[in-house]
Design a protein around this ligand. Sequence first.
Ligand SMILES: [Zn+2]
Length: 338
Amino acid sequence: MHKTVTQLLLAGGLCLASLTAAGAAGPEAIPAPPPEELVLELWNPMAFPQEEAEALPDTEEKVPQLSALLAWEGLSEEQQWALAVRMEREPALLERLEQGGLSDAQLVLLALPNARTDRLDRYLAWREAHPEDSPENAVFSVNADRDLAFYSAVSETVDPAGTVVLVNKHYALPANYVPELEALGYGYGSGSLRPEAAQAFRAMADAARAEGVSLRSVSAYRSYGSQKITYNNYLKKYKRSVVDNFSARPGHSEHQTGLALDINVASSKAHFENTKAFAWLKAHCAEYGFILRYDKGKEAVTGYRFEPWHYRYVGVDIAKACMEQGLCYEEYLALLPG
Ligand SMILES: [Zn+2]
């Protein structure tokens, strides 16, 4: 009878309960945990799509190799499990293992649930450059593109119209991308957003108003063309290295997604972080699907200085995961299963 790797592991006595228990601590219990713990918290092995596993090519003939893999000395049960799941989903990787093409160091990295196989060389390079860093941190950092200088290796972003689209100094929107837009309307400040984000903003502003807090948009959707003018105007006054800390190059602005907006102010001089509105937003924005996108302490990841006024719509579930665990969006994505 054909058995999936998952079934073989269970037959072999691997204890799933111990894996899930490791990630059982609630997010509220750990306000700012180190990445090692976050990996376990966000990755739930029980969520592995079983139907998908069943539909994969027959792995029966690979059993001897898998058994050898499972017996590999030095790997914990958790690592064995993660590797077996990965090999089941990526048969080419199993072939590489059979041919002796994977080193111990590579296997340790690939055993991390959030490892991306196509980034393996970058993980190794990171470990070489940061020998003191754990494999977990290497994968976490490279997944967030910390190994790339800003604007040095730009890719076109995947699915520009998705509400989860990543736009930053590594991923750009096409110059001609214009989302479907809806005006925020009277009483909500200026500009337009995508309908789902506009609706969420109005609901958020209404809830804030009921508690005596005024939230108004001062800048929402911005086209590629207007961002180009804005960025180039700054370049007339400041050096590029300075401008890049606070203004996005055209195609790299979240405002072009129609999912981001600046609330009440858009200047560091206003010290928005000291206002009642900021405190309210920090506590409640996730309930409406928004995240504080450029938080203090995340400058090395986002490439932007602290912008307490800039919020991005990502949907309620992701927003809660980010805000409750103190993750910027790149870090959240870096922890997702590979
Ligand atoms: Zn902004």
